[in-house]
Design a protein. Sequence first.
Length: 217
Amino acid sequence: MKKNLIILIISAAMGIFATGIYNNLSAEKTSDSLSVQELQQTISEKILRFHVIANSNSTEDQDLKLKVKEYVAEYIEELLSDSDSLEESIKTINNHNEEIVHIAKEFVSECGFDYEVTGQIATTYFPIKTYGDIMLPAGDYTAYQLIIGNGTGANWWCILYPPLCFVDLSTGIVPDDSKDELKSILNDGEYTLITTGKPEITKVRFKYLTFLNEFLD
């Protein structure tokens, strides 16, 4: 009888602790999710993305998209070379939008295509994106969109401000000087999160049944 009572008490205690673990982890996931959301909102207020959208997903249109982005990104980065904020970058792009579109359309014609090209500053949703060893959380970002033709093909993107459009992604690593550009507009915590991933979830510890910690290590 006494043995059964002890088993019952232990079972009840384990049930309570299991519930505690679940609630703790759920709270941490919620907290972590909010942290990522806040991080995304903060970063979105500081960077300008470049979004080149192809006419279609045909091999020819996708190849053209990559050629256009190389040609136009270089020109835009020269325009933004003295820019020191997102707001100033947007203003510069808007002031030169017509000539950017004209340059892009002429280049498209030189490549043998008769596509219209449009350019605009827009708020666009991006899924999680990895740029070398930099990870940007999913969410809405301000982007300069360059749309080729029907604009129904897969897109290409980079970061115009701070300038990260000419990073060699074949190495999988963003050079230190390019990272310094990004670090200059973010605080240490923000920069660490997007270059090392989300922080490790704190392990759950029991205050009294310390022997259970061995199973969590």
